[in-house]
Design a protein around this ligand. Structure first.
Ligand code: AVI
Length: 324
């Protein structure tokens, strides 16, 4: 009854039902896109991941910005306006906005499909003196187009794409995405791209399979979300979180492995899904990079890599790509 009430109240996001149906009915490897991790519970679990001792990525990202924000923004001619793909954690973006606002008043455009995340970010950033926030509740590229259209002559647009979200795209899709971003920029505009670097395999595996089980909960919540929004009856205890490192593709792959042979009913999609014992649903790729790979990725997508800042504690690169 509770499930029925919830599914009646919560509108199913446009693509979610279709992607779950297609991904679970696939004849070979079952698959659900990782963008569906981030419902309210999933976003809270991701926040918890960012403070796990084993997951150094977010701290490294922030450490570089804290230490080098002044240097980063000094490489751009004033005046600069900022658009961020994903409204991000205020803690990271604040360093860049504060460094810029010491030079001149700054307009900041967070771009985010979650209204809650956008509102939280707008609230936090508006507290910085000389920063005005105009957010866009839209997909990345739609929002970027809107932000770019609002700038006035002479303003340089700085796009922030932090946290190594680029690593969650397949390599081809990531490259295509950067080309699309470049297409919305003018020569001299910039993209600050955060990218997690290849490191020791045990360190990478621990980051995606922490002993506390937070990443496992984050992964399993995808099945919980299908239960809640599509009225399914996944028993989460019958699935196991799996993180593997694929050395050829240089990426962590996350799966949910069925512990037993079982059949699951997804009432909202009027379908049943069969799992063999040991069969998996592929839920995420998290690609890792070398600094040189970022330089050549920049070159191939219409940018030049103006500078890179590396964190020593947790190999991570902040890359300033300038549109050429
Ligand atoms: C958001 N993204 C960069 C994270 C990552 O590291 O790929 C998502 C994540 N998945 C498991 N832990 C964190």
């Amino acid at each position: 009854l509770r499930t029925e009430t919830l599914s009646a109240m919560a509108p199913v996001p446009a693509g979610f039902a279709a992607d779950v149906r297609d991904g679970l009915l696939r004849s070979g490897q079952k698959e659900i896109p990782s963008k569906y991790f981030y419902d309210e519970l999933g976003s809270a679990l991701f926040e918890a991941i960012t403070v796990l001792p084993e997951y150094g990525l977010t701290r490294a990202d922030e450490r570089i910005l804290r230490r080098h924000a002044v240097d980063i923004v000094s490489r751009l001619p004033a005046p600069v306006i900022v658009a961020e793909l994903g409204s991000g954690s205020g803690r990271k973006t604040r360093w860049v906005l504060e460094a810029l606002s010491r030079r001149h008043p700054v307009t900041y455009h967070p771009i985010e499909i979650s209204a809650t995340a956008l509102a939280r970010c707008a609230r936090e950033m508006s507290s910085i003196a000389s920063v005005s926030v105009v957010g866009f509740e839209r997909p990345y590229l739609d929002g970027l187009l809107a932000a770019a259209a609002r700038r006035v002559e002479g303003e340089v647009l700085l796009v922030l794409f932090l946290g190594s979200t680029i690593g969650n795209f397949d390599r081809h899709a990531g490259e295509h995405f950067l080309r699309q971003v470049r297409g919305m920029l003018r020569e001299g505009d910039a993209l600050l791209l955060g990218a997690d670097l290849v490191k020791s395999i045990p360190a990478m595996l621990a980051a995606y399979d922490d002993p506390t089980g937070v990443t496992a909960a984050f992964n399993l919540n995808l099945l919980g979300r299908i239960n809640r929004e599509l009225d399914a009856n996944f028993d989460l205890a019958l699935f196991q979180h799996v993180a593997r490192y694929n050395e050829v593709e240089q990426r962590i792959e996350m799966h949910l492995r069925s512990r037993v042979a079982q059949t699951v009913l997804v009432r909202g999609l009027e379908m049943v899904v069969h799992f063999e014992a040991g069969e998996t649903i592929w839920t995420e790729n998290s690609h890792k990079f070398t600094p040189m790979e970022i330089v050549s990725l920049a070159e191939r997508t219409g940018f030049r890599c103006d500078a890179q800042w590396l964190d020593q504690e947790w190999p991570f690169a902040q890359n300033l790509l300038v549109a050429r």
